[in-house]
Design a protein around this ligand. Structure first.
Ligand code: GLV
Length: 315
């Protein structure tokens, strides 16, 4: 059996995989070239990968022996899951273990934008804070008591709601499955957009959700409202968002972008009304370890023909 790993992994993990299969591991921090991956995947039984590596229908067509793809991510938008299903390839991912870390970071962005944390830090570092406390310095908005609208009410959306209740927020949500959760008001998406002080995205990126927050949806948001995105950049029309932030009408806290890394030319970099993070929602030592361990467990289960601990689409 052969396992392809598309990113550098610790020696101990290499050892574990090598005890069961021939290992071919990409050792560079640069992404594995598509042609190399296709070549390596031709006789692979399993692929261990991350969200920066696209597994498309062309690759799947070449990988005739492939049984399992295990990704160290909860999101699977980098994998053509329909093509995988057509080829009988099982997909494993890492739900659950990153819920709390991602919810924590969502709150960090809400507080960071509302209380202008990055602007305050920049003010001091630049030496421009020269005259002490001032009554109108960096006035922001409170998270306490705010009305927050969550688009998507899966585990991460619910974990965000739990935290928001501690801040005395009114929590609205719109969700495809109309899941009802105590203390959260389920509302139509347009009502949510036009009512909330803060709109936060917690839905997977699929062909149906791509671009779901466009010019029209942003225009529905209240003056001064904030958009938070710790899900996927392509959920939002980034150019339309830039225009709204530039005009001073909306603010934003973003961890994810349509294109990653964020291109140097992106206007977002120049806009003070937003806080930008480099896709670090799950980036704590404990969570990343748990994600990697779950992805390895998925990989080994797939190789051995057992049920995956976290198979995509399993209830
Ligand atoms: C992170 O974005 C993930 O999907 O795990």
């Amino acid at each position: 059996m052969k396992v392809v790993v598309t990113f550098p992994i610790p020696d101990v993990a290499k050892q574990m995989i090598s005890e069961q299969a021939v290992l071919q591991c990409w050792e560079s921090e640069e992404s594995i070239p598509t042609s190399t991956l296709i070549d390596w995947a031709t006789d692979a039984d399993a692929i261990l990968t991350t969200l920066t590596c696209s597994i498309d229908s062309e690759l799947l067509a070449h990988a005739q022996q492939l049984k399992v793809i295990s990704t160290v991510s909860v999101g699977v938008d980098h994998i053509d899951v329909d093509a995988a299903a057509e080829h009988g390839v099982i997909v494993g991912h890492t739900p659950g273990v990153l819920t709390d870390s991602t919810a924590d970071l969502t709150l960090a962005l809400m507080l960071g934008v509302g209380r202008r944390v990055a602007e305050g830090d920049a003010l001091i570092r630049s030496g421009a804070w020269s005259d002490g406390w001032k009554p109108n310095l960096l006035l922001g908005t409170d998270l306490s008591g705010a009305t927050v609208g969550l688009i998507g009410l899966g585990p991460i959306g619910q974990a965000v709601a739990t935290r928001l209740k501690g801040f005395g927020c009114r929590v609205l949500a719109s969700n495809r499955t109309l899941r009802s959760v105590e203390g959260i008001e389920l509302v139509d998406r347009d009502i949510l957009l036009s009512t909330a002080d803060i709109v936060s995205l917690h839905t997977a990126l699929t062909p149906e959700t791509s671009g779901m927050i466009g010019r029209r949806e942003l225009a529905l948001m209240q003056d001064g409202a904030m958009l938070i995105n710790t899900a996927r950049g392509a959920l939002v029309d980034e150019a339309a968002l830039v225009a709204e932030i530039k005009s001073g009408r909306l603010r934003a806290g973003l961890d994810v972008y349509a294109e990653e890394p964020l291109p140097l030319a992106s206007e977002l970099r120049e806009l003070p009304g937003c806080v930008l993070l480099p896709h670090v929602g799950s980036a704590t030592e404990r969570t990343r370890r748990a994600m990697f361990e779950l992805a390895l467990a998925n990989l080994f289960a797939g190789l051995q023909g057992r049920d995956l601990p976290a198979r995509l689409g399993a209830a």
